[in-house]
Design a protein around this ligand. Structure first.
Ligand SMILES: Cc1cc2nc3c(=O)[nH]c(=O)nc-3n(C[C@H](O)[C@H](O)[C@H](O)COP(=O)(O)O)c2cc1C
Length: 233
């Protein structure tokens, strides 16, 4: 399995010095080279120095993700952002998705704002061993056999809820997210779709060829919403 997926973790303590221009240019180049899940959905990513909001993490830099609001745009942002999470972890930098943070200025997001991510030099260990992942068992989140499911299992999710489900079926993986509880409201519903995009990114990293489609005859899963199917392209 991708070595970074096996050892990454969220970083919440940072060296507060700003990254130098060369390091920030490398981040900008990476932003330009991302692969979307839905190529027809426009998105924006800005680098900012501040964000505001609850449960915030103090960091030298933040990414502000925005998107055109279309069916699948939240999964798309999760999928794109997780490529950056893995890039940071591979390159000696820490990061943390921030579901409750907001940009300081409305205009910090070119397209409607979706979510933030902190990043910078870590002031805590950047990686961890496999015993230090707190995750559900594969049998709780999936059925059928596919080696790529272990990478999805290790994916990060908002408040570590891991509200996803995967059905492996002869090289295809049908992807679902838990129906949001109406009492917990819109925020967690939004997070669940981003989380699923993050887990699909880990499947993408493990796939020799990757395609993602909506299948009319995908099996229904009680309590879950079908999002799409990973296929070999
Ligand atoms: C969509 C999303 C939103 C998150 N929001 C926050 C947040 O607001 N504050 C925070 O400290 N961590 C946040 N996290 C980090 C999760 O708590 C973390 O990913 C999860 O507990 C698993 O831990 P790990 O990333 O170290 O594997 C978020 C993660 C995701 C994927």
């Amino acid at each position: 399995m991708n070595e970074t997926i096996r050892k990454r973790k969220s970083i919440r303590k940072y060296v507060m010095a700003k990254l130098d221009a060369a390091a920030l240019d490398k981040v900008r180049a990476q932003i330009e080279s991302l692969t979307p899940l839905y190529p027809d959905i426009s998105y924006s990513i800005e680098i900012a120095e501040k964000t505001k909001g609850m449960f915030n993490v103090t960091a030298p830099h933040y990414l502000i993700f925005g998107s055109e609001e279309k069916d699948g745009h939240l999964e798309n942002i999760g999928f794109i952002g997780q490529q950056l999470d893995l890039f940071f972890s591979e390159n000696g930098l820490g990061c943390c998705w921030l579901g409750a943070a907001k940009p300081q200025e409305k205009e910090a997001s070119a397209l409607p704002f979706v979510i933030c991510m902190s990043f910078g030099k870590p002031a805590e260990p950047l990686h961890r061993g496999s015993a230090d992942f707190r995750r559900k068992a594969l049998t709780e989140i999936s059925e059928g056999a596919d080696a790529r499911l272990e990478a999805a299992r290790l994916a990060p999710s908002g408040m570590n809820v891991q509200g996803w489900y995967f059905v492996a079926d002869n090289g295809k993986i049908h992807c679902y997210r838990k129906k949001p509880n109406p009492i917990l409201g819109l925020m967690l519903g939004k997070m669940g779709a981003i989380d699923l995009g993050i887990a699909i990114c880990h499947i993408f990293k493990e796939s020799e060829t990757f395609g993602y489609t909506r299948e009319a005859d995908a099996p229904a899963k009680k309590g879950f919403i079908y999002a799409g199917t990973v296929v070999y392209s």
